[in-house]
Structure formats: structure tokens, C-alpha cells
Design a protein around this ligand. Structure first.
Ligand code: PBG
Length: 325
């Protein structure tokens, strides 16, 4: 490569048209998945205090919100359910009349083209708030797989387009894939939360999904934030077990992991720009300390630049408005 003064990098930064022509990464509405929370009841939308602009919707208002997403051109949503009653085995998670199952059917009836992804986990549904069956104070891996399988099949039966297990039990992708295939859902993809870290950035989500663990934490099943090689092993296992889309979560503090997954395995990569990442920008912007639009677009672009093909983000609707201007 030539050096200064032959090569002057500033030549291609002189105006917006030039900058656009040489831009390496572009964020588009097609990259975005908008997460939504659904509760029992009618005509309710309760704003989540640590996530301004995000709501717990009853099914009827969720459908209205889904219509808005489709109108904005956002390809899909991922749904999280808050049950009527929590119990030790999280029974509503796999009940055919559970809140998610109702929500999926209602959206698919009204806005059939919007992709409906469902988070498969038990923490929102269990009274102890852990992502699996608890015995002797510990989350049991293998017995939990059966419940996750039942939950996934129930979601597929309701019409879910993509099944997204987020529990971090070992072997769950393989178990879910086999069960989906056996039940006639060979064409329903799995988006696996493969490298999901035990992260403090999930704080606001736990208010939104009412899923704070009642004792202990999730470090015995979610990953240690110091580990990147382990993320590659997790991803490799999930690919072998049949995952179609591999997710890294959170996104901003794990850009290196996103990049390594994308370069070492040529697979579709999703990144989850989680609740705490959203809340930080919102809070700083409300204080007038940062420019929300510019900071959010910079962060989301960096997630794509790192190698994500798609981003789950609470900023999705705002991004569509921002990209218009
Ligand atoms: C369920 C789940 C969580 C998130 C997505 N699925 C919370 C957790 O693992 O504690 C977090 C999403 C966010 O923070 O936006 N297991």
C-alpha cells in the first residue's frame, strides 16, 4: 500500500456522497428483530420503567404493535411471555393455551408475514425464576430438556416461525431439533442463544419479563464473561446439533466473540443488543449526556461490522425512523 503523501485517506472522506460510496457496513431495516413482552389481560400496555418506549402488552395490543412493525418493514419480532401463574415446573411455558401460544396465533392470524420468533426458556414461568427444573438447589440439565422440547413443540404448533432456545442447558438444540422433525416441523428453524453470557446487562429485562432468580444466579448455566474460546465450542456444538442461526448475547461487550464466530464458522450470526445496552443509552440521552440517535446507530453499526447478520434490538422501530432521514 502506498503511503503519505501519495495515499491521503482524507480524500475519500470529503463529502457524504464519497463517504457513502466507500462505506463498508450499512445498517438496514432488514437486519432488525424487535423483542416484545406479552401478558394476560385486555387492552393493557404497561411501560417498563428501565426500558422507556417498551411495554408489556396484552395480546390485543400486541397485535396492534405487530401491525406497526410490519408497516415499518421490520422482518420479525421475538416474543417473551409473562404467565398468569408461576410454578416449579413452569407449566404455562408448554401449555397450548399459554400466553405465548395465544400471542403467536393472534399475530399469525392478523399479520401472517411478520416472522414470529419465540424465546424458549423457563425462567419467566417458574416460581424460582431459574431456566430449568431445580432439585437440591441446582438446575437439573437432562430433565429440563424434556420441558424445553414440550415448550418448543407447543410454540411450533401455535405457528411460531423460528424457535429460539435461551436456557443454556447442554444438548437442548439437538433434543429440540429431533422433536421438531418428529412432529412434522422439519422446516422450522432454530435460532440458538449459543454464546449467552451470565450478564449484568440483563437487569432491565428481568423487570420486563418478571424473571429474576429467587435465589442464586445463572452462572452455573450461562457463560462466564471472560471466555471467548468457550463460546466457539458452544457454537460448534449447536451447529452439530442442528442450529440454523447462532446467537451471541449480549452484543456490545462481546463484539470480539461476534467477530470470531463469524470468521471461524460461516453461519448466520445473530447478536442480541440487550435490555441493559438499551437502558444505558436511553438514560444518558434523557440526561442530555449523549445523542440517542447517533450513539444507538453507532453501536448497532459496530455490531454489524463485527459480523452479525441480524440484530435483536429494542431500538428497531426508532432505527427505521432514523434511517428514513
Ligand atoms: C431468558 C432470557 C433473558 C434474556 C433473553 N432471554 C434473561 C436472562 O437470561 O436472565 C435477556 C434479554 C435482555 O436483557 O434484553 N432466559
Amino acid at each position: 500500500m502506498s503511503t503519505f503523501p501519495i495515499y491521503r485517506p482524507r480524500r475519500l472522506r470529503a463529502n457524504e456522497n464519497l463517504r457513502r460510496l466507500v462505506r463498508e457496513t450499512t445498517l438496514s431495516v432488514h437486519d432488525l428483530i424487535y423483542p416484545m413482552f406479552v401478558v394476560h389481560g385486555h387492552n393493557t400496555a404497561t411501560e417498563i420503567s428501565a426500558m422507556p418506549g417498551c411495554y408489556q402488552y396484552s395480546v390485543d395490543l400486541l397485535v396492534t404493535a405487530a401491525k406497526e412493525l410490519a408497516a415499518l418493514g421490520i422482518p420479525g419480532t421475538i416474543l417473551f411471555g409473562i404467565p398468569e401463574v408461576k410454578d416449579p415446573l413452569g407449566s404455562e411455558a408448554y401449555a397450548d393455551d399459554g400466553i405465548i401460544q395465544q400471542a403467536v396465533r393472534a399475530i399469525k392470524d392478523t399479520v401472517p408475514d411478520l416472522l414470529v420468533m419465540t424465546d424458549v426458556c423457563l425462567c419467566e414461568y417458574t416460581d424460582h425464576g431459574h431456566c430449568g427444573i431445580v432439585e437440591a438447589g441446582e438446575v437439573q440439565n437432562d430433565p429440563t430438556l424434556e420441558l424445553l422440547v414440550k415448550e418448543s413443540i407447543s410454540h411450533a404448533r401455535a405457528g411460531a416461525d423460528v424457535i429460539a432456545p435461551s436456557d443454556m442447558m447442554d444438548g437442548r438444540v439437538g433434543a429440540i431439533r429431533a422433536a421438531l422433525d418428529e412432529s412434522g416441523y422439519q422446516n422450522v428453524p432454530i435460532m440458538a442463544y449459543s454464546a449467552k453470557y451470565a450478564s449484568a446487562f440483563y437487569g432491565p429485562f428481568r423487570e420486563a419479563a418478571e424473571s429474576t432468580p429467587q435465589f442464586g444466579d445463572r452462572r452455573a448455566y450461562q457463560m462466564d464473561s471472560a471466555n471467548a474460546e468457550e463460546a466457539l465450542r458452544e457454537v460448534s456444538l449447536d451447529i452439530e446439533e442442528g442450529a440454523d442461526i447462532l446467537m451471541v448475547k449480549p452484543a456490545l461487550a462481546y463484539l470480539d466473540v461476534i467477530q470470531r464466530v463469524k470468521t471461524e464458522f460461516q453461519v448466520p450470526v445473530a447478536a442480541y443488543n440487550v435490555s441493559g445496552e438499551y437502558a444505558m443509552i436511553k438514560a444518558a440521552a434523557e440526561n442530555g449526556w449523549v445523542d440517542e440517535k447517533r450513539v444507538a446507530l453507532e453501536v448497532l453499526t459496530s455490531i454489524k461490522r463485527a459480523g452479525a447478520d441480524m440484530i435483536l434490538t429494542y431500538f428497531a422501530k426508532s432505527v427505521v425512523e432514523w434511517l428514513k432521514n
